[in-house]
Design a protein around this ligand. Structure first.
Ligand SMILES: *Cc1c(COP(=O)(O)O)cnc(C)c1O
Length: 364
């Protein structure tokens, strides 16, 4: 079997996969209600929140669209803090629905600078919300969300967070960091298959929602909340993914959030140390390097496409390439969800063999 080491979808434990084979149940029946209430309760614990957590049948991007259309109106000014592909995506969604996006871009591979965010908020008083990616999967950078959040809240703005590849893997206390809407997806750190977006909604986000005029139907948070109160979802949910997620969440709570976070830190550390020991460099500024995905810069002579092919064909290891302008310039090791430090050491050993075959010449 292939070892999937991309930043989502991620491998699922056997118990989780078995749940995917369970027979369908009535999504308006008692059994589903019990399951949804258990899943919601566990998600709240792992999100470290008292906020509402809604389960949407969607990939992560659907959750991002939901965050935008439920809290904003056309013409609203939003500050887009962007450090890579996913920051740009969130800004594009806002723009597509008529928000006036004020872009604040940082060099790819770097984290967002908090002082620049403060300056932008000082300069433009009418900003309604700040859009930010907690963990930028395309560059392997984790933003300092605690500091960003404290500036955003100093100015009393709504904070909408793409936490798709961080929640459940990297510490993100939703309430302590005042995230108004935070979005994640079942196929990232949650050890479950794709199909569900999980979204937390704060009191302040609900207040914004009451006046938000962007068009929405499938994503309407009011519908989601009304149905959740009855133990249902408004539309037919991805029932099999809910089964799988419920098993995965049970495993996660058994392991304990601090242990999960520490395990990801060890896996991230093993990836960074391993990559450097091979003579390669990290694409991300190291202080902000992510514990769920490591982006590795190319190097003279190295053919990344060839490297990924050799790893896949000869070592059965699947790594990610670079996205958009980073295509051919970096490769990425995913280490989130069902992953250990040992799994990453295996990747590093395979890289050691494959790198020279793909044209990489070590110095010295
Ligand atoms: C994976 C990812 C997305 C996109 O999620 P999909 O489930 O593919 O829609 C968005 N943002 C970040 C940070 C991601 O890692």
């Amino acid at each position: 079997m292939e070892k999937l080491r991309i930043p989502g979808p991620t491998p699922c434990p056997p118990e989780v996969l078995q749940a995917m084979a369970w027979q369908m149940i009535n999504h308006r029946g008692k059994e589903f209600t019990e399951m949804l209430s258990g899943v919601t309760d566990k998600l709240k614990q792992l999100f470290q929140t008292e906020n509402d957590v809604l389960l949407l049948t969607a990939s992560g991007t659907g959750g991002l669209e939901a965050a935008i259309v439920n809290t904003l109106s056309p013409g609203d000014k939003v500050l887009s803090v962007s450090i890579g592909v996913f920051g740009e995506r969130l800004a594009t969604i806002a723009q597509r629905f008529g928000a006036e996006v004020i872009p604040l871009r940082f060099e790819w591979g770097k984290a967002a600078e908090v002082e620049a965010i403060r300056q932008a908020l000082q300069t433009e008083a009418k900003i309604k919300a700040v859009l930010v990616t907690h963990n930028e999967t395309s560059t392997g950078v984790t933003n300092d969300l605690a500091s960003i959040s404290s500036v955003v809240k100093e100015f009393d703005k709504l904070l909408l967070v793409d936490a798709i590849s961080s929640l459940g893997s990297i510490n993100l206390p939703i309430d302590e960091w005042h995230c108004d809407v935070a979005v994640t997806g079942s196929q990232k750190g949650w050890m479950a298959p794709p199909g569900l977006a999980m979204v937390s909604v704060s009191e302040e986000a609900w207040r914004a929602h009451a006046n938000a005029k962007m068009p929405r139907f499938y994503w309407d948070f009011t519908q989601a909340k009304n149905y959740l109160e009855k133990g249902q979802t408004p539309w037919t949910p991805a029932i099999s993914t809910v089964f799988a997620l419920s098993v995965a969440l049970e495993m996660m709570l058994k392991e304990g959030l601090p242990n999960i976070i520490a395990r990801h830190a060890r896996a991230g550390g093993a990836a960074r140390e391993g990559v450097k020991s091979l003579g390669l460099s990290l694409f991300a500024e190291e202080t902000y390097a992510s514990n769920t995905v490591t982006a590795v810069s190319s190097s003279d002579g190295l053919d990344i496409k060839k490297l990924l092919r050799i790893l896949r064909e000869e070592h059965r290891i699947v790594l990610g390439g670079g996205q958009q302008k980073l295509d051919g310039k970096i490769f990425r090791i995913g280490h989130l969800g069902w992953v250990t430090e040992e799994d990453i050491k295996t990747v590093i050993s395979a890289l050691k063999v494959a790198l020279p075959q793909a044209g990489f010449v070590t110095m010295g």
